[in-house]
Design a protein around this ligand. Structure first.
Ligand SMILES: Cc1ncc(COP(=O)(O)O)c(C=O)c1O
Length: 390
């Protein structure tokens, strides 16, 4: 039989399942502990929290529900605003909308594509007021009169902005930080891990993330009461082990044991995976520097990224995207900015020059699997160089 010609296919982001995943899943199957109870859930929560340097971890179905529950636990309601960057994956905004709160979108920094802290500061100084209401100091938006309850920085692409400055702003204006650190397991700022700079942080273990449980999330916090409340609300707010008595409108947001088992196996390999990702990031930066008009997302001095998904900027983004995909190098455009999406068009967008639109128009993500081989990395670089030489 004639064999088909070999075609290149280098995927954008594939999980690396090279450890005890099958063994631990088999353990769940053999013991019958496949569902909502079982020891892998607690083990996974502890491993993620410990890795991030947080005291508590609460596993949940995915990062999106983690972001939702973090806001619920911290009291975000339809009376509030939540500040978020204009460039993020839609789940951040969806999670805000689930609470009924109104997002305020902040344009991104042209250098690192994270929330622009100058714009944030100007907005807080000029368009909000801080006063004492019912013995609480609150900051409200001058136009809507709604309280700014939370800031949700997103560590876009596993990179991270100046968290010290963000913390100072949040403190000055009495606003809670909830970190969308879904993409940032392994990322640090001044040696402190993503997810631990505010009241709560959320990691995602979706299939494309640095490690994966298929679908999953873990909330981290140093506050025991918040962790307990999050656990309670994600598990239907049941108050008795025996009786079906519940004390709140809860959610069935728990992570099942069989997925947590995969998570435990993934966490065991995480140091190696992180090393591979950072190696990949360094390789791409070295090989693609000076090629065509390529510009990299810059990284703050104090940030060590996890190198999650390599994304760069070029005027020729659309043509390069087509060329790479035609040649088996799976690539993707960046997220459409939130202010351009129909659902969020009427939400406030704080910007000067709409950097988000430029980042969107020019950015492209290239293959970044943890298990990408040296040959595949060479092929990606070679194909990109070919494009610019055409
Ligand atoms: C920035 C960002 N926020 C939120 C999410 C939601 O996570 P999940 O897919 O686990 O719901 C993701 C990933 O998918 C993400 O990249």
């Amino acid at each position: 039989m004639a064999s088909k010609p070999k075609t290149t296919h280098i995927p954008l982001a594939q999980p690396l399942l090279a450890g005890n995943e099958a063994k631990y899943v088999m353990d769940c199957l053999e013991t019958g502990w496949i569902s909502s109870a079982g020891s892998y859930v607690t083990q996974f929560e502890n491993m993620v929290a410990q890795y991030a340097g947080a005291k508590y971890g609460v596993a949940c179905m995915n990062g999106t529900v983690g972001l939702h529950i973090a806001q619920v636990v911290l009291g975000v309601t339809e009376q509030d605003h939540v500040i978020a960057p204009n460039i993020t994956f839609i789940a951040t905004l969806n999670a805000i909308k689930y609470t009924g709160a109104q997002p305020i979108l902040i344009d991104v920094d042209p250098r690192n594509w994270q929330m622009d802290l100058d714009l944030l500061e100007t907005y807080l100084r000029e368009q909000t007021q801080t006063e004492t209401k019912n013995n609480k100091v609150v900051t409200t938006d001058k136009t809507t009169g709604k309280r700014i309850r939370a800031i949700m920085p997103v560590h876009v692409l596993g990179n991270m902005g100046n968290m010290t400055r963000l913390q100072e702003l949040a403190k000055a204006y009495h606003i809670t930080i909830i970190e969308d650190s879904t993409e940032a397991l392994g990322t640090t700022f001044k040696g402190q891990h993503a997810g631990t700079f505010g009241s709560m942080g959320v990691f995602s273990f979706n299939g494309n993330k640095i490690i994966s449980t298929g679908g999953g999330g873990v909330l981290v916090t140093n506050n025991e009461a918040l962790a307990k409340r999050a656990k309670h609300l994600t598990t239907q707010a049941k108050v008795s082990a025996m009786e079906y008595i519940h004390d709140a409108i809860g959610y069935n947001y728990r992570l099942v044991n069989v997925l947590a088992a995969i998570g435990v196996a993934q966490m065991e390999q995480f140091p190696e995976i992180l090393k591979a990702k950072r190696h990949m990031d360094a390789f791409y930066r070295e090989q693609l520097r000076g090629v065509g008009d390529i510009k990299f997302q810059s990284v703050c001095n104090n940030t060590q990224t996890n190198g999650w998904l390599f994304t760069f900027s070029t005027k020729h983004m659309r043509a390069l995207l087509a060329y790479l995909n035609e040649n088996g190098v799976q690539s993707r455009p960046f997220w459409m900015p939130m202010n351009q999406l129909e659902m969020f068009k009427n939400d406030r967008y704080i910007t000067k020059t709409d950097v988000s639109a430029h980042v969107y128009d020019t950015s492209i993500s290239i293959p970044s699997s943890a298990g990408i081989t040296p040959e595949q990395l060479e092929t990606v670089v070679k194909t990109i160089k070919e494009f610019y030489d055409l």
